[in-house]
Design a binder for this molecule. Structure first.
Ligand SMILES: [Zn+2]
Length: 221
C-alpha cells in the first residue's frame, strides 16, 4: 500500500488551501508533488489568481466523511477561480465566478497531469467535455488524479507474473503459508495451493486460490 503522508502546505507558489483542519490535506507523494508543480506553473501564467486547494485525504487515508471518496490521497477539492483572484465561496452561478479562468485551468491541468476524472457541475464545461457532473459539486472541483502506485491491486491468480506476485508470495510465506519453490514472482499451482490454505484459515474469504483484493488486504497488502 502506498503511503499517504505528504502534507500539502498551507500556501505556496500559486496556491493556498481551504477547509483546512489538522488532518485534511494529506496526499500520496506523487499527487502532492503534482499539486505543487501545477500550482507553480499556473502561477507563471496567472500570478494574481492562485488556486485554492480544499480537502485531500486524512493521514494514511481511509474513510473521510462526508466525502464519498478522498480515501487514497489522490483526490483534491478546489474552489472555482474568481474573476478578481480572491479566494471566495463560489458556485458556477456566482457573479464573481470566472468561467474563462476555470476552463483554462482545467485544460492546463489536463495537459500537465493524468486525470482520472474532474468533477464540477458547470454545464458549459461539462458540454465541452472538460468536467463531469457529480452530486454536490456546484461549488468546487474535485480533481481525481491518476497515481498508478496508489490504485487498487490487481487480482493475482494462476499464470500471473510480476513484482506484485513476488511481494504477495513473500507476505504469504511470512504469514506461515509456505510455497513450494519460494517467492519467484510467478503465480503457479504451488502458490495457488498456499493461497487456498490461507483463505481456508481466514473466513469469510472464499477458498478459491485466487488472490483478489480482499485476500490481499487480509495479508496486509
Ligand atoms: Zn472531492
Amino acid at each position: 500500500m502506498v503511503k499517504i503522508e505528504s502534507l500539502v502546505p498551507v500556501n505556496g507558489v500559486g496556491f493556498r488551501t481551504n477547509n483546512r483542519t489538522d488532518n485534511s490535506h494529506f496526499a500520496t507523494q506523487v499527487v502532492h508533488d503534482l499539486l505543487i508543480k501545477i500550482a507553480g506553473l499556473w502561477h507563471d501564467l496567472h500570478p494574481d489568481h492562485p488556486i485554492s486547494i480544499g480537502q485531500v485525504s486524512h493521514k494514511g487515508g481511509g474513510e473521510f466523511p462526508p466525502h464519498k471518496q478522498h480515501k487514497l490521497g489522490i483526490e483534491a477539492d478546489m474552489r472555482p477561480l474568481s474573476k478578481d483572484g480572491q479566494d471566495l465561496h463560489l458556485t458556477f452561478n456566482s457573479p464573481e465566478y470566472s468561467r474563462d479562468l476555470t476552463r483554462e485551468f482545467v485544460k492546463f491541468l489536463r495537459s500537465n497531469a493524468n486525470m482520472h476524472q474532474v468533477f464540477f457541475n458547470d454545464p458549459k464545461l461539462i458540454a465541452e467535455g472538460l468536467t463531469h457532473h457529480a452530486g454536490g459539486h456546484d461549488n468546487h472541483l474535485h480533481l481525481w488524479f491518476e497515481d498508478e502506485q496508489a490504485s487498487t491491486p490487481r487480482v493475482l491468480r494462476n499464470f500471473t507474473k510480476g513484482d506484485d506476485v513476488k511481494r504477495f508470495q513473500e507476505k504469504l510465506i511470512a504469514a506461515g503459508f509456505p510455497i513450494k519453490g519460494g517467492a519467484d514472482g510467478k503465480f503457479g499451482q504451488n502458490t495457488e495451493d498456499a493461497v487456498r490454505a490461507f483463505q481456508t484459515a481466514h473466513p469469510p474469504l472464499t477458498a478459491n486460490g485466487i488472490a483478489d483484493e480482499a485476500t490481499q488486504s487480509a495479508l496486509g497488502l
